[in-house]
Ligand binder design. Structure first.
Ligand code: SF4
Length: 310
């Protein structure tokens, strides 16, 4: 079956990267809030990936476009900074290790000045490999992994079908960092709904403290039509928190989490309000900013619903 190129879904910090698909879908397609729910994981053939890398090199060095390559390849190459590559898709780190090494080695041969390769990874993808294997990937310039932690609360994780628990998140995060990879994690405000809000927040702060990542980002739950959580909401089985309560959750997470040195942000388009800063240094400044917004309680200060993105 021919490999179908996935849509580009990438972390904001990878906006200038080249997006190279190794897989499509996600190996853990059971998360009830996620657009990847029910997606079929497909692996792309190594030869096919190498052809695309050759086409990238041909274009960058000679400006030649091959008619056999999809137009998106050249659209992305036009904005490429030639320093970073992001491996698609939902968890490219699931790609079998020998093949992953072969692809990354090939990429490095063709583009020796590459600075960093990045990918989404599930905790299971990380735990499937030992530290030395991750170190080998790091030597091949895999520099950053993005892990969706979502919540530290086992009850929430179980309800949303995340497939792993709090302790797995911590183990996977620490292993990636031990291998020298930069670790960027995301958590989702509102994932516990109204009923599970307090526990979600406190356990999420705890998991962030225990992982102690380089980067942590907060997203706000967006109910995606077609997902099981969307249906639960429509049927009255899930009560989402309000926009201002999402800021209360954010404040509580920042208050309760303890980081050594983490860049924390809620700049993602799903959030009603954006904060950013280095923690712990900027903790009081961010908390004061959120307290101010909460005290004012003026919806005008929030990102309007129609401008929120996934
Ligand atoms: S592991 Fe991540 S990408 Fe895969 S279904 Fe869950 S949230 Fe979506």
């Amino acid at each position: 079956m021919e490999f179908e190129r996935p849509q580009i879904i990438r972390p904001p910090s990878e906006r200038e990267s080249y997006f190279l698909p190794l897989t499509s879908g996600c190996s853990n397609n059971t998360c009830t809030f996620c657009g990847y729910y029910g997606s079929k994981l497909r692996m792309r053939e190594v030869d096919d990936i190498k052809k695309e890398i050759d086409a990238m090199a041909l274009y960058i060095r000679n400006g030649v476009q091959l008619p056999t390559m999809p137009s998106i390849v050249y659209a992305v190459l036009q904005n490429w900074n030639q320093r970073r590559v992001f491996l698609q898709d939902g968890d490219a780190l699931v790609y079998p290790l020998p093949k992953l090494k072969e692809v990354i080695e090939y990429l490095n041969e063709r583009f020796p000045n590459l600075e960093r390769i990045g990918a989404y990874a599930t905790p299971r993808d990380i735990l499937r490999r030992d530290v030395d294997e991750l170190k080998t990937l790091k030597e091949l310039k895999l520099g950053i992994v993005y892990v969706g932690v979502e919540s530290g609360d086992d009850e929430v994780l179980q309800k949303v079908g995340k497939g792993v628990k709090h302790d797995h998140m911590v183990e996977a995060g620490r292993e990636a960092m031990q291998a020298g990879l930069v670790l960027s994690v995301t958590v989702i405000l509102g994932l516990g709904g109204v009923a599970g809000s307090d526990q979600h927040v406190l356990e999420t702060a705890r998991v962030l403290t225990e992982i102690d990542p380089d980067y942590a980002g907060a997203l706000t739950l967006t109910l995606v039509p077609g997902t099981p959580l969307y249906k639960q909401w429509r049927q009255g089985d899930f009560s989402p928190i309000s926009p201002f309560d999402s800021l209360r959750e954010l404040k509580m997470i920042i208050e309760n989490a303890n980081f050594t040195d983490c860049f924390f942000s809620s700049m993602h388009a799903s959030n009603y309000y954006s904060v950013r800063g280095r923690l712990p240094q900027d903790k009081s400044r961010i908390i004061a900013e959120l307290e101010d917004i909460l005290a004012k309680g003026d919806p005008v200060l929030l990102r309007p619903e129609f401008l929120r993105g996934l």
